[in-house]
Design a protein around this ligand. Structure first.
Ligand code: SF4
Ligand code: SF4
Length: 246
């Protein structure tokens, strides 16, 4: 049995900015409308999303006997106010997959546990589990909004068969504090957020995941890798933006 407070302390000691722990049970369609998203074809050519949909919903299919999902947050420097185009802020840092995996390995070693280390490349929804672990909520732009760093964070998890002394009671909250705001929806040049996030209309999808170029009918707004426009528009992110771009 792992002491939840100790897990969080060790996570901070290895360099993460926050940590929460969710019980490893299945996320329902209400928390994670994956079936609807796939049936609408919003995943485009990301066919692996269909193949491992059940696993994304239930970490016990990823690691048999899983009891806990230890979720971690690592903040990165946000872009400048008024910035537009170029390379998205997350991609200006050292490859976050490498950095997060390395810190997860340290966390795992210091806790002395077995487990599956996850950061983007493993079939588990990082942001949904982070929200379930009480680390933030999912905005209308489909990203995790944390109370201390906004959306300017990378995420990771350790799925483990160890039980913890306490679990977050949070559900994966969607648009919990968006109210009547639609700024991210209006900021997207390609209408990718008009209903559920549509990857096939998103600049980031074409510049980071997709084997083919972006259709000329879509507008990358000057971004060559990723896109920050919907995050730049979000009121929950404004206080984190740095000075005006020169
Ligand atoms: S990242 Fe850019 S293209 Fe994708 S949804 Fe946000 S604003 Fe639209
Ligand atoms: S811009 Fe507005 S609608 Fe979009 S995630 Fe932020 S608060 Fe929600």
């Amino acid at each position: 049995m792992l002491d939840s407070s100790e897990v969080k302390q060790v996570a901070l000691a290895v360099g993460f900015d926050d940590c929460g722990i969710a019980r490893a049970d299945a996320l329902g369609e209400e928390e994670f409308p994956l079936d609807h998203w796939l049936s609408e074809g919003h995943h485009g050519e990301l066919h692996y999303m269909e193949r491992n949909a059940a696993m994304r919903r239930d970490p016990r299919l990823l690691l048999p006997g899983a009891k806990s999902v230890i979720c971690v947050v690592s903040a990165y420097p946000p872009p400048s106010r008024g910035e537009c185009g170029g390379i998205a802020a997350y991609a200006r840092q050292r490859d976050y997959h490498t950095a997060i995996k390395s810190m997860l390995r340290s966390l795992q070693q210091r806790l002395g546990i077995e487990g599956k280390l996850c950061c983007d490349t493993v079939p588990i929804s990082d942001k949904l589990w982070a929200s379930h672990a009480g680390l933030g909520w999912i905005g209308r732009h489909s990203l995790l909004i944390t109370p201390r760093w906004g959306t300017w964070v990378n995420l990771g998890e350790i799925v483990t068969t160890e039980q913890c002394t306490a679990y977050s009671q949070a559900t994966a909250q969607r648009a919990a504090h968006c109210g009547s705001c639609h700024r991210c929806v209006d900021a997207c040049p390609n209408h990718a957020l008009d209903s559920l996030f549509d990857a096939t209309r998103c600049t980031a999808y074409y510049t980071t995941h997709h084997p083919r170029p972006m259709p000329t009918t879509l507008n990358p707004s000057g971004y060559t890798l990723g896109c920050d426009l919907c995050q730049l528009a979000c009121p929950h992110n404004q206080k984190y933006l740095t000075g005006d771009k020169q």
